[in-house]
Design a protein around this ligand. Structure first.
Ligand code: CA
Length: 229
């Protein structure tokens, strides 16, 4: 299973450490930020798979940050769970309206928080889930790292595996090279876009014998799509 990167945006050191500890215990990778500017710098470097965002932060608030992420095409789909000490119903609505996927109030039970993280990831980032995916006779298992086409085993390198997993969980949608770098490589700055083409070619080659290579389609001028058509 691909390890999900969870960005923790929380200024209180004790809570930040508690979050980081629990996130790591669950097998996720914790990225820690104590304020909005450093959180944004982390996001600019690599897109996290989920953000745990505190409401009350020094300077800019978590709400402002959530709105900002939702307004930007690159970041608008990152799942966000808001963390706050407020229990006021009005604030809760404001949090959800600003684009948060879920909401949890402090003090929180780490177990509940982790269950919420898993639920949001399952819903919003299915390529991070360890469930077996089946599309058009292709079967991919994140736990065993095996891929088969109509029952016949297919050998894939780690990048091709991640790429195929992403495609199989996002069928019929067009992704630009930059988006694939963000989603599959987690890096849109230091990896060249033509790297995507290299791995697409390898993936198609690996799928060729089964005839499934036609599922990986080039969309001229836009990027790639995994499609049944
Ligand atoms: Ca705070």
């Amino acid at each position: 299973m691909t390890t999900a990167n969870i960005l923790l945006v929380e200024d209180e050191p004790a809570i930040q450490e508690l979050l980081a500890f629990n996130v790591a215990q669950c097998g996720f990778r914790a990225i820690q930020a104590y304020d909005v500017p450093s959180a944004l710098a982390e996001i600019n470097r690599a897109l996290p798979d989920l953000i745990l965002l505190d409401w009350m932060l020094p300077g800019a608030s978590g709400i402002e940050m959530a709105r900002r992420l939702r307004a930007d095409q690159r970041t608008r789909d990152i799942p966000i769970i808001m963390l706050t000490a407020r229990t006021d119903e009005r604030d809760k609505i404001l949090g959800l309206e600003s684009g948060a996927d879920d909401y949890i109030t402090k003090p929180f039970s780490p177990r509940e928080l982790m269950a919420r993280i898993r639920a949001v990831l399952r819903r919003r980032a299915p390529q991070m889930s360890d469930e077996t995916v089946r599309v058009e006779g292709l079967e991919l298992s994140p736990t065993t790292h095996r891929v088969s086409a109509e029952g016949a085993n297919i050998d894939l390198g780690p990048t091709e595996f991640r790429l195929l997993h992403f495609f199989m969980t996002h069928v019929e949608r067009v992704y630009s090279r930059a988006q694939l770098l963000d989603q599959v490589w987690g890096d849109h700055v230091f990896v060249e876009e033509r790297t995507v083409d290299v791995h697409i070619r390898r993936l198609r080659q690996a799928l060729e014998a089964s005839g499934k290579d036609s599922l990986v389609q080039t969309v001229r001028g836009s990027g790639y799509r995994f499609s049944r058509e």
